[in-house]
Structures are given as structure tokens and as C-alpha cells.
Design a protein around this ligand. Sequence first.
Ligand code: FAD
Length: 320
Amino acid sequence: MLNKVLVFGEIRDGEFRNVAFESLAAAKQIAPDGEIVGVVAGEEVQAEGKKLFHYGADRVTAVEHTNLAHFTPEGYTQALKAAIDAEAPDAVIMGHTALGRDLSAKLAGRLNAGLVSDAVAIEMKDGPVFTRPIYSGKAFEQVTVKDGLLMATIRPNNIPALEADMGREGEVASLDAEIENLQTVIKNGVKNTATGIDLSEASVIVAGGRGLKGEEHFKMLDELADVLGGAVGASRGACDAEYCDYALQIGQTGKVVTPDLYIAVGLSGAIQHVAGMSNSKVIVAINKDPEAEIFQIADYGIVGDLFDIVPKLKEEFKKV
Ligand code: FAD
């Protein structure tokens, strides 16, 4: 039985990423009667930290330091390790984001903990059993950690956050920690999408491929994504052709996404692309080639010229 679970709440551009709240829900699943301790790290994060109470944290601790103003794996590892040393939890949960992947691996190595990464579901048997995709999403395995500290990262958009209870409030405690020996940060952050919505957490993604035929045509996807409140992604074909930034790449060597709606525009559906989006809840494909592989996994297919279809879709969605 797990008595205490520590949840790291990732803050980006001053605000929690949704997966921070989803991590709290995961913590509740693995320790329904245990104590859930939220941890935030940064330069000034106390105020934002309070939100963790609304989503299920029983206590919240902030590790604040000028050296934590920007993410560095070493700095955040020191911050989290200080919190883990102070709290001695049975388990630690965080989001499977670029930051979470980096941090969890370093932390698990330092603490000699068993790490389950990229979990998409949790079942309680004798203890928590995590389901995670393997072989580029073609199969799933179930993993558990039997001894010592359990660490897990959860894939965004898979374990729903608890409904916010604005009446649940508390004071964020402060934890002093030495944060030192950091490397110099030369790049402070990259905005991933034109719409400003993070790809890995977007509920709607409009992804373009080489069929877009030029950087200037990606604007069309931005407009459609904007109407739908979504983010723009891309195939590697489109990134290689310099139609867009590699930060938008979805697939085996790009981001793995699980939106409610994925609209694939002018991309063929190569296996390496599908590896990053096949778990999307509804897939719509637009391609002029009826034999394109993307139609094999699409829930809805539109065979035709994307340059006709995308503007029409945008106009129709605007009316809704
Ligand atoms: P294409 O395969 O050229 O497809 C373009 C599509 O657009 C075609 O289906 C065509 O019919 C359609 N089209 C053209 N014009 C129109 C039009 N006017 N209207 C409608 N449809 C139109 N790829 C990824 O995406 N992500 C990865 O992470 C990734 N990792 C890889 C890792 C490795 C090790 C390797 C070897 C490859 C990887 N790839 C990855 C590349 C992958 O194999 C494909 O080459 C790539 O996905 C193709 O991109 P695409 O679908 O945009 O281009």
C-alpha cells in the first residue's frame, strides 16, 4: 500500500501544464487513501502552486531559487531530490513531457528508483500496474515496480484530471535547497506552435505533410487550428522540406500525441509518423491519393485536394 505520493507539477511560462493535474489524478489512483504532496520548482512559483490543491493535492511544497528560473536537468534534479529527501514518499509521479523525461531519468538514476515511463493507464492489482506503449505504439506492456521508490511519468491527455474543487485550498510550504553546479542556459524556451497551444497537450491537432508544398501554405493549417482551438503539427517530410520547424514534428523521432481529434493533411501516413499519433481518439485524413496509408488508420477520410478542402473546412467550422 502506498502511503504517500509526491507529484511534480510542471510549470511552463508561469502556468501549470495540464499534465500536472493529470499526475495528481494518477497519484489518487495509486494511493486512494494516501497523502498526495504536490511539489513545484522555479524562481517564484508559490502563487501558481496553490492550484494543485484544487486538483487533489493534500499539501504543496515549493522549491524556489534564482537558479531554478529556467529548467536545467541538474538544477531541477537537485530541487526534486531535496523534496524527496524531506518527504520520503513511496512514489513520485510527473508528466511525460520533454522536461519530465529528462528529469525523471536523471532523478531515478540518482535515487536508484524503478522508473515506469510514458504510462497511459493504471490498474490496481497487488500494487499499481502501469500500461505503456511499446514498439512505436503497436503493442502495450504492463509494468510494475516491486521494490524501493516507484517513479512514473504519465503521457499527457490519457489519465483525466479530477474536476477542480475551488473550495480546496491551502498554504504552499517553502523548502530551502542548495541548487548549484549548473551549466549555463543558452536557450530559455521555444514556442512550439503558431497558436501557442502545446502540441503534446492539445486536444485538437491539424498536422501537415509534404503535400502542403511550401512553408507559406502552413498558414492555412494555422487558421484551421485556430478556429478549432488546436495546435499545428507536421510530418518529418514537411520538416525536412523546411515548410516548418522540427519542433512540430510528430512521430517516432518527434512528439507522441494523443489528441481527441487529429486532422492529417497531405501526409502519407508512414509508419514512423503513425507511431506518434495512432492513439488519437478520432483521426481525419485529407489526401488526394485514395491508396495513401493514412486512410488505413483514419476514422474519417476525405479524398481530394487539400487546397480545396482545408479552406472549406475552416469556413464550415467557423459557423459552428
Ligand atoms: P509524403 O510521404 O511525400 O506524403 C505526402 C502526401 O501528400 C502523399 O500521400 C500525397 O498523396 C499527399 N498530397 C500531395 N499533394 C496533395 C494535395 N494537393 N492534396 C491532398 N494530398 C496531397 N516521419 C514522421 O512524420 N515523423 C517521424 O518521427 C519520422 N521518423 C523517422 C525515423 C526514421 C528512422 C526514418 C527512416 C524515417 C522517419 N520519418 C518520420 C519519415 C517517414 O518515413 C516519411 O518519410 C515521412 O513521414 C513522409 O512525410 P509526408 O507524409 O509528409 O510526405
